[in-house]
Design a protein around this ligand. Structure first.
Ligand SMILES: NC(=O)C1=CN([C@@H]2O[C@H](COP(=O)(O)OP(=O)(O)OC[C@H]3O[C@@H](n4cnc5c(N)ncnc54)[C@H](OP(=O)(O)O)[C@@H]3O)[C@@H](O)[C@H]2O)C=CC1
Ligand SMILES: O=C(O)C1=N[C@H](C(=O)O)C[C@H](O)C1
Length: 273
């Protein structure tokens, strides 16, 4: 039997981190070896106790670098899963690659330049890795349906709706969806009238291809997205709703298993399916 994959979770006590800790600690082919947070008050507390799953004998630490080094000393190819914050994810990912730990990145908010830079860095190190704006299969299927529709519709707007604890806007999912729709290189939403925004932002943000993205933030929401295509006399609406963060976990486990097999860094779960 292959060696278990040593896994470090960064942002382990957060909303997503706790879910990852749970599924990784239950996976027979994975070994949770590290749990990183940034609050020094959490130092030394057992992540299983903090997350409410009972003792896992993995103490929380604020020392990412030491944890990465420790992970490389375990048997098997180590993986770092990051669900932290847009301000820290780039440095965390670079550190993982530098230390020889394959990154699986769920944190959103990386710029295209940062993603390219990380992909180049991983290439040089022949290191597998994944930056995944959305781990749920339903979103990937919605994006594929949208790409199909974009061949026939010239007008499209994206509405993404999230809980109001979300730091970045637009969502990583919406950004990626717009990028996929832009792959044909056609301009969207040709103007039919001269528009005036009476309140700034009323028409949302606009990509280079003319796709509009609108971000809604409310308590009571989790993660939702609508892609609305319009043409004379018809609307085609695609919608995905996340009602539980457990929906992301099969994708996270898949990514952990895949990044130890590949030698480059991919952007999007579709590259691992
Ligand atoms: N790809 C996907 O499918 C999904 C992606 N996400 C993304 O994941 C990210 C996290 O989301 P969520 O779990 O809801 O957020 P939370 O705020 O609940 O969790 C983030 C955790 O990371 C900690 N943290 C922040 N910075 C660091 C750091 N430098 N080192 C270690 N720990 C750190 C936070 O600590 P503190 O509270 O002290 O700041 C917090 O405990 C977001 O970018 C979100 O968009 C979310 C869901 C699905
Ligand atoms: O912050 C979240 O919650 C989510 N973030 C990701 C994003 O920005 O697309 C994925 C999902 O929408 C949940």
């Amino acid at each position: 039997m292959a060696e278990a994959i040593p896994v470090v979770v960064v942002g382990a006590a957060g909303k997503m981190g706790r879910e990852v800790v749970k599924v990784v600690s239950q996976a027979a082919d994975m070994n949770l070896v590290g749990a990183v947070e940034r609050d020094p008050e959490m130092e030394g507390q057992d992540i299983g106790e903090v997350a409410g799953y009972g003792e896992l004998e993995v103490p929380l630490t604020t020392d990412l670098q030491a944890t990465l080094v420790m992970a490389t000393q375990e048997r098997g190819n180590p993986v770092m899963v990051d669900f932290t914050h847009p301000d820290f994810v780039y440095e965390n990912t670079r550190a993982a690659i530098a230390y020889g730990v394959r990154p699986v990145i769920g944190t959103t908010g990386l710029s295209n330049e940062q993603i390219q830079d990380l992909a180049d860095f991983a290439d040089k190190a022949s290191m597998g890795g994944a930056i995944i704006p959305n781990f749920s299969i339903g979103v990937i299927l919605m994006q594929q349906a949208a790409v199909q529709a974009s061949r026939y519709f010239d007008h499209v707007e994206i509405i993404e709706l999230h809980h109001n604890q979300k730091a970045d806007a637009p969502s990583g999912t919406a950004v990626k969806t717009a990028e996929l729709l832009g792959e044909f290189g056609k301009p969207y939403n040709p103007p039919s009238v001269e528009e005036t925004e009476k309140m700034a932002g009323a028409r949302g943000s606009q990509t280079q291809d003319g796709i509009r993205i609108h971000s809604v933030r409310l308590p009571g929401l989790l993660a939702h997205q609508e892609i609305i295509f319009g043409a004379p006399g018809q609307l085609y609406t695609l919608r995905h709703d996340t009602s539980d963060r457990a929906s992301f976990m099969p994708g996270v486990l898949l990514a952990i298993r895949k990044v130890v097999e590949i030698k480059n860094l991919v952007y999007g779960l579709e590259h691992l399916l």
